[in-house]
Write a protein that binds this ligand. Structure first.
Ligand code: G1P
Length: 289
């Protein structure tokens, strides 16, 4: 079994749900407290032992490249002022450990992933959707890698949502359950309400075998007229082991405004530096209503 070394971060999306904030700034750079969303995803990948980060970008996304690069002027000024550069540590990815591919047209998640096929080559790879913020110890991908080392094949994260939300996500048809591992019998992208086979959605964390790239090559458009990763993954069921790993930590859908605010509040409250201050304010604010 080949170890998991590479991760794909599809970051080409337009972020229309966060306009006007995202008119001139990638949605992946929106901060949760003081770190951009994409940084949380990359940190989760590093924690899971992933060595190469592949970003599938598009026009207007150069802030992401700059974020993971050396900021010469900033660093030399901070150094001259005697300031510690520790805070920038995780933002400087190792030379050769980062690659950028452009997705010229927004044709769907499946198409974005397929754009990275030559860099992935013949290896298993992870995918992170940065607007899904997964908080846990261990992190979501680290836990998935531990599961992967036992099962091999393909693993998607699974997360329980209310039945009223199943039409927004990729939904799992579950089979046999073994602790946190659930056999995947089927996958459907955004099933109409009332038709979902479970409440188990895929919150944007995947470990996939390279064969999915071959499937994506000829994948027809699916839900929303886009080339869907979920449809391509569904083709692998029965051909390769396919499991879902139920993540026990917390999930914030930061592609959604309420989810984004909730993430900021939850993460601010547990911070040593600002937590108490934010808590006091929140308590007072709620008492006013
Ligand atoms: C994408 C995936 C979907 C997944 C979701 C998680 O949908 O296609 O399967 O459940 O992300 O946020 P999108 O949010 O791009 O519509």
């Amino acid at each position: 079994m080949k170890p998991l070394r590479k991760a794909v971060f599809p970051v080409g999306g337009l972020g229309t749900r966060f306009l006007p904030a995202t008119k001139a700034m990638p949605k992946e750079m929106l901060p949760i407290v003081d770190r951009p969303l994409i940084q949380y995803a990359v940190d989760e990948a590093i924690e899971a032992g992933i060595e190469q980060m592949i970003f599938v970008t598009g026009r207007g996304k150069s802030a992401i490249e700059d974020h993971f690069d050396i900021a010469y002027e900033l660093e030399s000024t901070m150094r001259a002022r005697g300031k510690s550069l520790d805070i920038l540590d995780q933002t400087r990815l190792k030379p050769g450990a980062v690659a950028y591919v452009r997705q010229q047209e927004p044709m769907g998640l499946g198409h974005a992933v397929w754009c990275a096929r030559d860099i992935i080559g013949d290896e298993p790879f992870a995918i992170f959707l940065a607007d899904e913020l997964m908080i846990g110890q261990p992190g979501c991908m680290k836990a998935m890698v531990e599961a992967y080392n036992r099962t091999g094949g393909n693993i998607v994260c699974g997360y329980e949502v209310p039945a009223s939300e199943t039409d927004r996500y990729g939904i799992i048809s579950p089979g046999a359950v073994d602790g946190a591992l659930v056999e995947v019998l089927g996958l459907v992208e955004k099933p109409p309400l009332g038709t979902a086979k479970s409440n188990l959605m895929i919150p944007g964390r995947y470990i996939l075998q390279p064969e999915v790239m071959r499937v994506l090559e000829t994948q027809e458009k699916g839900a929303g007229g886009e080339i869907q990763l979920t449809d391509a993954m569904a083709q692998l069921i029965g051909r390769q082991p396919f499991h879902a790993y139920r993540f026990a930590g917390r999930r914030f859908d930061c592609g959604d405004k309420a989810g984004y605010i909730q993430a900021n509040l939850a993460l601010a409250l547990v911070r040593e530096d600002i937590g108490p201050q934010v808590r006091d304010f929140a308590v007072k604010l709620l008492a006013e209503r």
